[in-house]
Design a protein around this ligand. Structure first.
Ligand code: C2E
Ligand code: CA
Ligand code: CA
Ligand code: CA
Length: 277
């Protein structure tokens, strides 16, 4: 048993070493990616299922390596987060996203643009200042900008979180709770935070209509959002049955492969949906 334990430890520490090396490698590559401008933003439409009109987009970052591989965010956001590089990358995201929104608005489109915030970025004291500067310089209508935060960001230092949210709200932007239901939600905390929207996580949507439990949860979240006068958006919608279920339960704004995958800006014109004007 002892020998086996030793062996297990050996393999375990080898794995740890590999993992640590991989992180270090990614960290170095991320620094290079920042220097060499290897990031780009994709945009996934949010569609009103009653009219099939595009009401907005969520921006999702991609990393295009020099060898032309497209790295998904799950592969590098955690490293960017733990190294702090996310603050710099995150500022670039806000700039690029608002420049995109300004182009949309200048073409007469009345669309919202959702931007994901990471933990470090949200906790950064300078965030409201950065956002204020970007809004001013790009000239976008602040009310079209939605920042997505997760429940976990609100659970630590509650006063600091409320203060940060209020500072952002003062700039005129909207706030959304992303991946809603996957964190430590409680009704009381929802009341305390100045949020405008709940975004139902894909994990609750993907097994509709097979999973009764998930259907009950989604229906409850929608009902709660309505009661609290919050907008509600469902993500990860892939099938007509899911659209039908959401419609019947009063959630009309959805995002998912059923309508469109996230696309590069120049690909958006190929979509067969009208954009809100
Ligand atoms: P998220 O914010 O929950 O974003 C939704 C994810 O679901 C996206 O993955 C999107 O491509 C994917 N998705 C959308 N519709 C469907 C669908 O119908 N089916 C399936 N299977 N997936 C769908 P993506 O782009 O790989 O992003 C993953 C996560 O990485 C995001 O989850 C978000 O937490 C993070 N992320 C992405 N972009 C950014 C960013 O610019 N900043 C920050 N801080 N995080 C980001
Ligand atoms: Ca999101
Ligand atoms: Ca998220
Ligand atoms: Ca999600």
């Amino acid at each position: 048993a002892k020998a086996r334990g030793k062996n297990t430890f050996h393999f375990f520490s080898q794995d740890l070493n590999d993992a640590a090396n991989e992180r270090l490698q990614i960290e170095n590559q991320l620094r290079e990616a920042i220097r060499e401008n290897q990031f780009l933003l994709y945009f996934q439409p949010k569609v009103d299922i009653r009219t099939e009109i595009i009401t907005g987009y969520e921006t999702l970052i991609r990393w295009l390596r020099p060898d032309n591989t497209l790295v998904p965010p799950v592969k590098f956001i955690p490293v960017a987060e733990s190294t702090g590089l996310i603050v710099q990358i995150g500022e670039w995201i806000i700039w690029e996203a608002c420049r995109f929104l300004a182009r949309q608005q200048s073409r007469g489109y009345d669309v919202t643009l959702s931007i994901n915030l990471s933990v470090r970025q949200f906790n950064d004291q300078d965030l409201p200042l950065i956002v204020e500067r970007v809004l001013k310089r790009t000239g976008v209508k602040p009310r079209a900008v939605i920042f997505e935060i997760t429940e976990s960001m609100l659970m630590g230092d509650t006063d600091a979180a409320i203060n940060q949210l209020n500072q952002l709200k003062r700039l005129g932007v909207s706030l959304s709770i992303d991946d809603f239901g996957t964190g430590y939600s409680s009704l009381s905390y929802l009341k305390r935070f100045p949020v405008d929207e709940l975004k139902i996580d894909r994990s609750f949507v993907k097994d509709i209509p097979q999973d009764r439990n998930d259907m009950d949860i989604v229906a409850a979240i929608i009902a709660m959002a309505q009661k609290m006068n919050l907008r509600v958006v469902a993500e990860g919608v892939e099938t007509a049955q899911q659209v039908e279920f959401l419609r019947n339960n009063g959630c009309f704004e959805v995002q998912g492969y059923f309508y469109s995958m996230p696309l590069a800006e120049q690909e958006l014109s190929q979509l067969n949906y009208t954009v809100n004007t």
